[in-house]
Write a protein that binds this ligand. Sequence first.
Ligand code: ADP
Ligand code: MG
Length: 359
Amino acid sequence: MATGSCPGCHFYEGRNKFLKRWISIFTAFLLLFPLAGCADTMELPKAERAFLAMNTYMTFTAYGEQAEAALEASEQLIQKIESLWSVTDEGSEIYRANHSGGQSISVSEETAELIVFALEMAQKTGGALEPTLYPVLTAWGFTTDSKQIPSQEQITELLQNVDYSRIRLEQAILTVPNGMQLDLGAVGKGYAADLAMEVLKEHGIESAILSLGGNIQAIGSRPDGSDWRLGIRAPWEDGNLGVLEISDAAVVTSGGYENYFEDQAGNVYWHILDPSTGCPADSGLQSVTIIGKEGKLCDALSTALFVMGAEKAEAYWRENSNFDMLMVTDQHEIILTEGIADRFSLRDGRTETIRVLKK
Ligand code: ADP
Ligand code: MG
């Protein structure tokens, strides 16, 4: 059990042996990734590109006459968006708002739209998604390479300046109160993927798959008409739990193993925090994958439902019918919603139990 300043958080001991192997290179890689075997059988030209943006490794693949130009334009869009939403880049709109000493600043249409969405999702998830949590994440060192356990006093003090309802946005005029920080990290990649999709569609692309770290976004199906096949990571070890087959969908995962550290006793502290405690979410879940039409919704929910835990996530799903989900628990149970029950198959030899939620 975790000790010290964060008594509410309980983590597995002994997971470190498995987890250590993943620390460096795989954290930068894909949580979900298109499995090998994508058919290139059609005549359609294929274009691919890989680049680093928004603190992650992105790979884009598109099929179509204008595939190359489409990917060029979508990469440019991602770079532009990063320059608007970065919390650390001094020129970004979010940075300027966070360092304005409480003054209002005008922001672009894209930024305004994402903030409206993030605030709405914060409200709908009862604050499980908390776009002003950044100072607490910084105290834990998750925004840098020097991760640490902050004192309870420090967490308590920082939480006084965490409250999404104090962010003001009227038209495109944003006000972040002095001492507070707005961070769109938990939803930004999802919305960036939505915008990139629009660019691809404007170029006539009907088959494409984008991977932005743990976020996958697909237009249509593979060129031969079959579904895209995505590997779902086993959170506690190297390898996949199984395969999810999808078309025309966004698939976003939040997993505890993506960014974490351990203390000397082997307790694990990950980068998704419960805003009610300021400590790593300890909800009994190890990963949450959301499947839906919109990347921004999937991204917001993957983080928020991870914080809420399986029971509250199920209740949220029953009240909101615009997504499906796959949750992996501490007990190695896989919980699926009915809409994707026949789209997920456990890998041969896997013994995890699967529970399907039906409405
Ligand atoms: P990632 O962006 O790492 O792929 P997520 O979409 O789950 O994964 O977002 C996690 C990021 O969001 C963290 O790195 C942190 O910056 C921020 N974050 C952590 N906990 C919360 C939370 N409860 N609400 C909003 N943002 C959070
Ligand atoms: Mg997210």
